[in-house]
Design a protein. Structure first.
Lengths: 650, 400
């Protein structure tokens, strides 16, 4: 790797026209907006996702307030439709997906023994574009009304005649923008996993989490273009009067449904597999046993990824697609339960016979197993297509997918937050508050979504802003509303935990490198992970490499310690590691995109600044030097920390 | 402490499980687990055993988790490891095959039920139309639009009826709104379509739901064992007043159905009006209401002048024979059979205040700016439109 070019040898004159210096790392906020470090980008994803999670949660509370009593008047019908639409969009595209992306960005390079992702600047671009898209969609609240056609945006109700506000324009363009982020990130991480594994790390020595995230990236690569097509059709229909969904001109309104759900059902697995991966790391660690049936776990994940493409029309059993299609999709849906069931049994078998420590991450993981099972079983009742015609678009479905998305995904992501918090921030979250957080969330979650099974079977429709007394909906709706505030309390406990733990850790040395007796490669770096990840790329010999370096077997087959974690862990003091330099251009590029959107919606002139930002940033991106000629350019050496601290003091 | 909490959770879950299996509250008019017709019963018979299997599986998984909790908990205060098991291929194959087999069996029953709910088996019904006996294939055209349902009866059969353009349907023998009236013990074939966005037609006591999509005609069926009023609600999100788009299926004994048909086939004869208020009401109707609404004998569907998105408003010819209006959200009658005049007047005075709509966007009833006298006259006129239904229907429409 090249050494620092001395400042004397690089001057302005030597640079070709239009080539800009690269920013220097390590001074305060500028470090965050220019970073190309996968770990910082992971933290940014996590922070943004939690922010949007809170926004989506507030929207959920508004929904529950409106439905607490019959003939509710908290929100009008129009506002209610905007709020439930935005709740869905926010939670799926702006909270659950980016929170999973936070784990993917932070952990994939570490788990495969790499120093960064394949395309660091592209990675930064993914994050900023996602954030730009998220902010853009939420701008609709201020600029004429949020989307009001449901997150599923069925045509022709999403058309300009039926949804005349600008909300659905923000939906079509905003999701297109976040879609760019997901697609780019998926390609980036796919290449990373395929090409950047440490020596000896074959695909089948990768941790289950990396495997599940790998399947997710492949699903994204193929699913995002489908929603992109659908959103383009919608955008052209709304902006330029195209007739893709104009039934009076002979369009078939089911076109949108097929496109949306061909994306939408793989999307469900895009959301759930990261969580499956997380608890597949947590459960073995806390059970002191290897994952039961690694191959089965990996192949069932791959099977879910494949079969996930053949079940989309189960969202359309009442759409009038004809009994033959219904039969086919009914069967495929039935059998996708098998690989999922295998996973649940394998997790139970992993715990069975273990010596289990029920720390906060483990509690959340066990929560996933039992709560997701409920969601999976109600899912099987949907596969009974005739019965589904009674259940679809009722609260039974709302209960089902919240048991999957909240019980399966959010619990899993919280398990991950508690588990990797010391890895990321160098201090533990408070264990006692973590446990309280889990129990309060479990109670609130079941109080909110459990009754919805009953409400749905009693015939309460989805997406209704109000209901009349006398249908037997009153009591359970009130219970659900109380439950939702208990969930809010549990999230509050988490945030307090973060604040308290951060305060407590101030001025303390970082926690030891291996707080959980963990198993995979990311724990071979000190806490928090140094900028360059590994002092030396480890050579991998087995699955659970880190664990096998700590523990061996003696002649009697007993497990004995061969090394302490401190001995195995690298100390993070390597110097002379070449790292990619920061760059402004990913951020500048991302800022350009919302202007294109605003231009399409309000005034075409607004696209001009957007286009200028995009073209300039792409040009500058391509021609900017590999390293900043003027500075120490992200090169890691021992005294850099002091340098950066001095800089931030100024 | 914690084990106590688990016990409690377990009990609560078990209680809710029992609730689900045994069916829910008795007053739930939209309950999907209390079928009142053969199709809904087929669906229920398919679901019930699967729900029980689901409970068994859930309690096995949950029980295993609780057992693990109790048996394998440890505080890791030493460095003793449990036996390191990496997997057990035979076991894993076993628990792949067992659920596959269970689901294969469930699939067979699913396909059988799917075929039965999609099959049709109709008997022609003898209906007297204008003193002539007609063998009616019991078919009803169901048309959804923002935010109410229309039901059209063609007694000569649907063979020559072009349903491809729902906004311009051929004239029907009976056109009614909000309440689908049908004979009991008889499978009724529905042809469901829409005039604007996608809606979904759902009478849970009689059958599952089927979407009403513009440009498409979806077949579906309804059959009720007993006379009664069966509640429904649009279940595909269809915009602003989606929650206020409700309907009922009213099943009548065949002879009562014939009576209903006879009444519906009678047009209004404005020449018979003697009351002055009614006559003034007719004038208001002709000047204002008739731009969208039809009363057979006063105007017809081709004469609708207003440019509506759906090109339709409820046909009011036999308004008083229905028990609900405004998309099924208001009851026309008090339980004692008197008319709820206050609500009706409020609706005519300012409809958008009573039910959210985009009247200025040509969707939903506008506020017409009628004077109080005009409103009284219109109500007087409306009261002459059709005969009230039997008190049994009026009382069954009450949900509270």
């Amino acid at each position: 790797m090249t050494d620092t070019m001395s400042e004397e040898t690089s001057t302005e004159e030597q640079r070709p026209l239009g080539v800009y210096t690269r920013p220097k790392g390590g001074n305060g906020w500028r470090d965050w907006v220019t970073t190309v470090d996968h770990k910082k980008i992971g933290i940014l994803y996590g922070a943004a996702a939690l922010f949007f999670f809170i926004i989506g949660g507030i929207e959920a509370l508004l929904i529950r307030l409106q439905l607490a009593t019959p003939n509710g008047t908290v929100l009008g019908a129009d506002m209610y439709n905007q709020v439930f639409t935005m709740h869905g969009i926010t939670m799926i595209f702006l909270a659950a997906m980016p929170l999973a992306a936070a784990f993917a960005n932070y952990l994939i390079p570490l788990q495969i023994g790499a120093r960064d992702v394949a395309f660091p600047r592209l990675n930064a671009m993914s994050f900023w574009v996602f954030l730009a898209g998220g902010i853009f969609i939420n701008l609709s609240w201020l600029l004429g009304g949020a989307p009001d056609g449901g997150w599923f945006g069925y045509a022709p109700n999403s058309g300009v005649v039926f949804s005349p506000s600008v909300g659905m324009d923000f939906y079509a363009i905003g999701l297109q923008i976040t879609g760019i982020a997901s697609l780019v990130s998926a390609i980036n991480l796919t290449v990373t996993i395929l090409n950047m594994r440490a020596p000896g790390m074959t695909l089948f020595k990768m941790p289950v989490l990396t495997w599940m995230l790998f399947v997710v990236q492949l699903l994204l690569v193929f699913a995002m273009p489908v929603i992109a097509v659908a959103l383009f059709l919608l955008m052209f229909s709304r902006q330029f009067g195209a007739n893709f969904f104009n039934t009076e001109m002979g369009a078939d309104p089911l076109l949108w449904q097929h496109l949306f759900w061909i994306f939408g059902h793989p999307e469900v697995y895009i959301l759930i597999l990261p969580s499956f991966g997380i608890i597949s790391e947590v459960i073995p660690t806390f059970s002191r046993k290897p994952i039961f049936g690694y191959d089965f776990m990996v192949f069932s994940g791959i099977a879910i990824g494949f079969m996930g493409w053949g079940v989309w029309a189960h969202h359309m059993f009442a759409s009038g697609i004809g009994p033959l299609s219904v039969a086919a999709f009914s069967l495929s849906t039935m059998f996708i339960a098998v690989p999922t069931g295998v996973k649940i049994l394998n997790w139970i078998a992993t715990m069975w016979g273990g010596r289990i420590k029920f720390s906060a991450p483990m509690l959340f993981s066990v929560g996933v197993i039992s709560m997701f099972t409920i969601g999976g079983l109600s899912g099987v009742t949907h596969a009974l297509s005739p019965a589904d015609t009674q259940q679809t678009d009722t609260y039974y479905v709302v209960a089902h997918f919240h048991y999957v998305i909240f019980g399966g995904i959010i619990f899993g992501l919280f398990a991950g937050l508690y588990f990797w918090w010391p890895k990321v921030f160098g201090h533990m979250l408070d264990e006692k508050m973590g446990k309280i957080n889990f129990w309060v969330m479990l109670v609130g979650f079941n109080m909110t979504f459990g009754p919805m099974h009953v409400l749905g079977l009693q015939g309460m429709s989805r997406r209704i802003d109000t209901y009349s007394p006398g249908f037997g909906f009153e009591a359970w709706n009130m219970v659900a509303t109380i439950g939702s505030f208990i969930i809010a309390l549990s999230v509050l406990i988490f945030l307090i935990n973060v604040v308290v733990s951060v305060k407590r850790a101030k001025g303390q040395p970082p926690c030891p490198p291996d707080p959980w007796d963990a198993r995979s490669l990311e724990w071979m770096t000190p806490n928090p992970t140094p900028e360059h990840n590994f002092d030396e790329i480890p050579t991998v010999e087995s699955l659970d490499e880190f664990w096998h370096r700590k523990w061996g077997t003696d002649e009697e087959g007993q497990i004995v310690r061969v090394a302490t974690a401190e001995e195995v862990c690298q100390d993070g003091t390597a110097t002379g590691v070449h790292l990619p330099s920061p760059s402004y251009w990913p951020l500048i590029f991302a800022i350009g995109l919302p202007f294109l959107g605003l231009g399409l919606i309000f005034n075409l002139w607004l696209t001009l600044p957007g286009a200028i930002l995009i073209v300039t940033s792409l040009y500058a991106w391509i021609f900017e030097p590999v390293d900043d000629p003027d500075g120490p350019h992200g090169e890691h050496h021992a005294d850099e920390k002091e340098v950066s601290e001095e800089a931030s003091d100024v | 402490m914690i084990t106590k909490a688990i016990k409690k959770t377990w009990l609560a879950l078990f209680a809710s499980a029992l609730l689900l299996v045994t069916g829910c509250a008795a007053d739930a008019e939209l309950d999907t687990l209390q079928p009142q017709g053969p199709t809904a019963r087929d669906i229920d018979k398919l679901l019930d055993p699967v729900l029980i299997i689901a409970y068994v599986v859930f309690f096995l998984v949950f029980g295993a988790t609780i057992f693990i909790w109790w048996k394998f908990r440890d505080r890791h205060e030493d460095e003793v490891f449990p036996t390191q098991v990496h997997g057990n291929t035979k076991l894993e194959i076993l628990w792949t095959i067992i659920p596959t087999l269970i689901l294969a069996v469930v699939s067979v029953f699913t396909l059988i039920t799917l075929s039965s709910v999609n099959s049709t088996e109709t008997n022609k019904v003898m209906v007297t139309v204008e003193e002539e006996s007609v063998l009616w294939e019991p078919e009803v055209v169901v048309v959804g639009q923002q935010w109410w349902w229309e039901f059209r009866y063609y007694f000569d059969g649907l063979d020559g009826v072009d349903l491809s353009d729902a906004r311009n349907l051929p004239p029907a023998d009976i056109v009614t709104a909000g309440q689908l009236v049908m004979p009991t013990g008889q499978e009724i074939e529905l042809s469901i379509t829409s005039r604007d966005v996608i809606h979904s037609f759902w009478i849970p006591a009689l059958n599952g739901k089927r979407d009403a999509a513009p440009g498409r005609v979806h077949p579906w069926k309804l059959e009720a064992d007993e006379p009664g009023v069966y509640f429904g609600q649009c279940t595909e999100f269809c915009g602003l007043s989606h929650s206020r788009m409700r309907m009922q299926a009213i099943a009548l004994e065949p002879e009562d159905f014939q009576t209903w048909v006879d009444q519906q086939l009678t047009d209004q004869d404005s020449d018979l009006i003697t009351d002055e208020a009614v006559a003034r009401g007719l004038t208001v109707f002709e000047n204002q209401c008739a731009r969208c609404h039809v009363v057979n004998g006063v105007n017809d569907e081709t004469s609708i002048g207003a440019d509506l998105v759906s090109n339709a408003a409820p046909n009011l010819t036999h308004f008083m024979s229905r028990t609900t209006y405004a998309g099924g959200i208001f009851n026309l009658y008090e339980p004692d059979g008197t008319i709820d005049r206050t609500q009706l007047e409020a609706w005519i005075r300012n409809a958008p205040a009573e039910k959210p709509a985009y009247a200025e966007g040509r969707r939903g009833m506008p506020a017409l700016g009628l004077s109080e006298d005009e409103i009284d006259d219109v109500v007087a006129y409306l009261e002459t439109l059709g005969a009230p239904p039997s008190s049994f229907i009026i009382q069954a429409t009450e949900v509270e």
